[in-house]
Ligand binder design. Structure first.
Ligand code: LHQ
Length: 258
């Protein structure tokens, strides 16, 4: 059985983490496969949005702890350097929107991969656990970078130190995720959001993402400079022409992603 299911349809790459019996925990093979798929998404002009979800009850329970305990396994250093950090970097660098559709529990690396995506939505019954402290580790996968920026320092410290289970409703209230949807309609609602994103001016979204990546570390002047450069690039796109023309002609825009 494939560790990750993936298909490109309606300009969306539908990626499903697929080790349901292990709550979609990552082993080396699965982490490397996700990297490969993210590279393909970046390069494939047919892909204008990436939708990541999990099969079965969970989104992802993080690192497969049996692999960590295995003396023949890859070992701690390789796991971060070769498995996870490249995944987080690839998601942030991917010039297309990446949507995490958190269908069930997201723990450890699973939670933090969801949080590094451009937009994170969750089923109402889903939850998030910064599970690391429970096993004597520190949060990784960029969690200590993104979470305090999403929810503030105090909440991030508490979530990470206590390892509480955070419901989808609390996650939305705290600003950790964009929205939750009812369980019954979750697949349809998160799928619709992906289709909406795929129909938007993809290059402008990529430049928006680049600007937001910059805002995490730039000062005000550097950020204005970044916006200036990226806006000039956006103004050269076909979708900008189409956006303005459709407005003036009082019709719906037909963005092509060019
Ligand atoms: C699992 C796992 C799992 C294997 C559920 N592994 N089987 C980076 C640097 C280097 C090394 C370390 O890791 C990292 C990044 C990290 O992600 S560290 C954090 C790793 N993740 C965790 O500590 C979470 C461990 N899992 C849990 O705490 C629970 O399973 C949660 C809270 C996710 C779900 O609890 P329940 O709903 O009670 O389900 P369960 O515990 O019964 O799990 C269902 C099955 O999935 C079960 O298998 P079994 O054969 O017994 O039915 C679990 O063993 C398996 N599973 N997580 N990470």
């Amino acid at each position: 059985m494939a560790l990750i299911l993936s298909e490109v349809k309606n300009q969306v790459a539908w990626i499903t983490l697929n080790r349901p019996e292990k709550y979609n925990a990552f082993n080396r093979e699965m982490a490397l496969l996700l990297q490969e798929l993210l590279d393909q998404c970046a390069q494939d002009p047919q892909v204008r949005c990436v939708h990541i979800t999990g099969s079965g009850k969970a989104f992802c329970a993080g690192q497969d702890l049996a692999e960590v305990a295995d003396p023949e396994g890859p070992g701690m250093e390789k796991i971060l350097k070769e498995h996870y950090n490249p995944i987080v970097r690839k998601i942030r660098a991917l010039p297309k929107p990446v949507l995490a559709a958190v269908n069930g529990i997201a723990a450890g690396a699973g939670a933090n991969i969801a949080l590094c995506c451009d937009i994170t939505v969750a089923a109402k019954s889903a939850s998030f656990i910064q599970a690391f402290s429970k096993i004597g580790l520190i949060p990784d996968n960029g969690g200590t970078y993104f979470l305090p920026r999403l929810v503030g320092f105090q909440r991030a410290s508490a979530y990470m130190m206590l390892g509480d289970r955070i419901t989808a409703e609390e996650a939305q209230k705290a600003g950790m995720i964009y929205k939750w949807f009812a369980d019954k309609t979750f697949q349809k609602d998160s799928g619709q959001l992906a289709l909406t994103l795929a129909g938007l001016p993809t290059r402008a979204l990529a430049f928006t993402k680049e600007a937001l990546n910059g805002s995490m570390s730039h000062d005000f002047e550097a950020q204005l400079h970044t916006e200036d450069l990226l806006q000039q690039k956006a103004a050269l796109t076909e979708d900008f022409k189409e956006g303005v023309a459709s407005f003036l002609e009082k019709r719906k825009p037909q963005f092509t992603g060019q």
